[in-house]
Design a protein around this ligand. Structure first.
Ligand code: SF4
Ligand code: SF4
Length: 687
């Protein structure tokens, strides 16, 4: 099974800035797609004592696993990073593929695939890279659009959370000074101007608790108490859609929305916390947080357990987790239920089927943050996020709102009804000022003065009622509109050439797929046999490259989630069929069942190690000299033919792979990609 490998920080910095200069993109996201902010409006939100520049975030999941993912989310306009859940069991064996985006979105994913210490490093790296990007001025952000909040996520039980290693992770996020100092030293000389940046070290003081489906409510409460009372963190508890109860949950999913094939097992309800239990622990935890001067909140929602009725995941997986459009409706109904009980007493984080169309609605309900995952896995990847924010700006513009609070009041025309709930007398001057400001497009906060927060709260509750009803009846969430898989064209991928649509690059949450150029060429099967004192050449059909533009996968970032296979119009899966490059020789050897390549430099010598159908070859290139070795042979290649001192009669040398490896060497080691940058930075450090 593939394993994610963190990329050296110095190389990540180098890759980021070189790509920005050479290609006007960052981690394969073109600069023209980067969200720059809205200079006309204030999209900033309040979140647990912080003021992120936008309420948008990537949900804890595949988009917040590695440093480059978080940078890409930032570039898309996300400013609340819900970091992927960490837990004490950090050597997981996750079934692959683990993401199925053919229709609504299913997964069998779990928590961070990196070790706890690596996760901490990745999050600190991400924070530093973002700060360097902002400090460089190359993003041209509108003023105030650089503020970002990192929200931790831990799981899954109290015993695990209390272990030294998880506690060290949390402590490290709260004070990352040591890690920052270590990484600061790794910033290459070429970017020495960033070494003295005043990097943030207090990376996070908020945490969203993720518990297992079926975690007893007593355990959830104990963990939350630990986070609030023992650790002094702002704490949010993520709740499950099963909280709707079997009748309502199944009624919405199977009957109203028509996903009849998605069956929620009885055990999912039996084991989970029930509404009265959740209601009771929210009261107690809210009081505890208030006593301590900390924030308490809830998050809707976790994914929904359903039986594995599809053939994407291994048959051993009896259950899988549903997300996307149907979860949006379920989670919004829970928001409605929660608000009907508690009003706007506690903040609500929201993540379920968010996309550019419904993001402005979720913001109109006063949900913060509003995070997304399934939609960013679709064609365009992180490049889809800026449209969420431009749609929000458009919606704010349409109703004349300059801030998110004003937007909550004006979005659904509920401001007057909300005002009526505040108990202001008919002749109260505040009431008159509010009505006047509403009618004339005036400053609502200035008009309402100290009643503004109450007014906004009342509007959030009224907007929730409107939207829950609307989204539940909206056909865009029903099965009929979410049942078509991405189109396949019937051809099968090969090592080289494809229709070069490049869809596989942005759909990879880890930026593992990349493009490179090869000369258009025909590489014959070229076999030399030493006979009668000379090399006899025979030739057959071999590899052809009909296109200059080629695709490859960087093994270190590919966890075989399967997502690029779903969106590739051809069959076979880019991550399985395209050339795979390993960052280190050790990994090339360790993952010996995978065909692929490792390229490196040793002084003036460029080395390519290649594996084709399990056969291993090595190519050394120094100036014009080439040496090529495989099982049972080692020859110099001069003028396209093998030479060696004393070949055995009958010895066979197949140069086909020599030519492939030579083409790859010339391209991969001499253009910008994760393979070459790592080698360049290592070589410079060795100087
Ligand atoms: S591998 Fe598939 S998705 Fe990637 S460029 Fe080729 S055809 Fe498109
Ligand atoms: S390359 Fe494909 S399979 Fe690998 S992590 Fe990226 S999307 Fe998933």
């Amino acid at each position: 099974m593939a394993e994610l490998r963190p990329y050296p920080f110095g190389a990540l910095v180098t890759r980021m800035f070189r790509e920005l200069d050479e290609r006007q993109s960052v981690f394969d996201l073109p600069l023209r797609k980067v969200y720059r902010g809205d200079p006309q409006r204030d999209l900033s939100a309040r979140f647990q004592g912080h003021h992120p520049s936008t309420p948008l975030g990537p949900a804890a999941g595949p988009h917040t696993q590695m440093a480059q993912n978080i940078v890409l989310a930032f570039l898309g306009g996300c400013r609340v990073m819900e970091l992927k859940t960490v837990q004490i069991m950090d050597e997981l064996d996750i079934p692959r593929p683990c993401i199925d985006m053919e229709t609504v979105g299913y997964n069998v994913e779990w928590s961070q695939e990196l070790k706890l210490e690596e996760s901490l490093d990745e999050y600190v790296k991400a924070s530093m890279l973002i700060e360097m990007l902002v400090a460089s001025g190359k993003l041209d952000l509108a003023p105030g659009y650089e503020r970002v909040v990192f929200d931790m996520s831990v799981g899954y039980d109290l015993q695990g959370i209390q272990t030294d290693r998880v506690q060290a992770f949390i402590a490290g996020m709260r004070d990352a000074g040591t890690v920052v100092d270590r990484l600061r030293k790794q910033i290459p000389r070429e970017f020495a101007q960033f070494r003295d940046l005043d990097f943030a070290t207090k990376l996070s003081d908020t945490l969203t608790l993720s518990t297992f489906h079926g975690c007893p409510p007593e355990e959830i409460e104990l963990i939350m108490r630990h986070l609030l009372a023992d650790l002094g963190l702002h704490a949010i508890v993520k709740l499950n859609p099963m909280l709707l109860g079997p009748a309502r949950c199944r009624g919405l999913l199977n009957d109203t929305l028509g996903y009849t094939e998605a069956q929620v097992p009885d055990t999912a309800f039996e084991n989970d916390a029930k509404w009265p239990q959740v209601q009771a622990f929210c009261e107690r935890l809210g009081d505890l947080a208030a006593e301590r001067g900390l924030g308490f909140g809830v998050k809707f929602s976790n994914t929904l357990i359903v039986r594995n009725h599809r053939d994407m995941f291994p048959a051993s997986e009896k259950e899988m987790y549903l997300s996307g459009p149907p979860l949006h409706v379920l989670a919004m109904n829970l928001v409605g239920q929660f608000r009907a009980t508690f009003g706007d007493r506690w903040p609500i984080s929201f993540s379920a089927g968010i996309d550019k169309q419904n993001f402005p609605d979720a913001v109109a309900l006063g949900l913060v943050p509003v995070t997304t995952c399934s939609d960013l896995l679709k064609a365009g990847g992180y490049g889809r996020a800026p449209a969420y924010l431009s749609n929000l700006s458009k919606a704010m513009n349409a109703c004349g709102a300059a801030t998110l609070d004003e937007y909550v009041l004006r979005a659904y025309g509920k401001a007057e009804a909300a005002l009526a709930t505040l108990g202001l007398a008919a002749d109260d001057p505040t009431r008159a000022a509010c009505l006047d400001a509403l009618a004339k497009g005036g400053d609502l906060a200035a008009a309402a003065v100290e009643r503004f927060a109450d007014w906004v709260s009342a509007a959030k509750v009224l907007n929730t009622e409107v939207y829950v009803e609307r989204c539940t009846a909206d056909p865009r969430y029903a099965k009929a509109q979410n049942d078509k898989p991405p189109k396949k064209i019937g051809s099968h991928l090969t090592l080289f050439d494809c229709i070069t649509c490049d869809k596989c690059v942005p759909v990879c949450p880890n930026d593992a797929n990349f493009t490179f150029d090869l000369p258009v060429d025909s590489i014959p099967v070229e076999r030399f046999t030493y006979r009668d004192g000379a090399w006899q050449r025979s030739e057959g059909a071999g590899f052809t490259t009909e296109k200059k533009h080629q695709l490859a996968t960087f093994h270190d970032f590919c966890n075989e989630c399967g997502n690029c296979d779903v969106f590739c119009p051809e069959d076979g899966g880019p991550y399985k069929m395209k050339p795979r490059f390993f960052g280190t020789e050790a990994d090339w050897r360790l993952f010996g069942t995978y065909d692929g390549f490792h390229l490196r430099r040793e002084g003036e010598v460029e080395i390519v190690m290649g594996r084709f159908d399990g056969q291993e070859f090595t190519l050394w290139a120094e100036g014009d000299a080439r040496r090529f070795a495989g099982e049972g042979f080692a020859v110099n290649v001069v003028d396209g033919a093998p030479t060696c001192e004393a070949p055995d009669e009958g010895q066979v040398v197949d140069l086909t792979y020599f030519h492939v490896m030579e083409h790859l060497r010339r391209s991969i080691l001499h253009t910008l990609n994760y393979v070459s940058t790592r080698q360049d930075v290592a070589a410079r450090q060795a100087e």
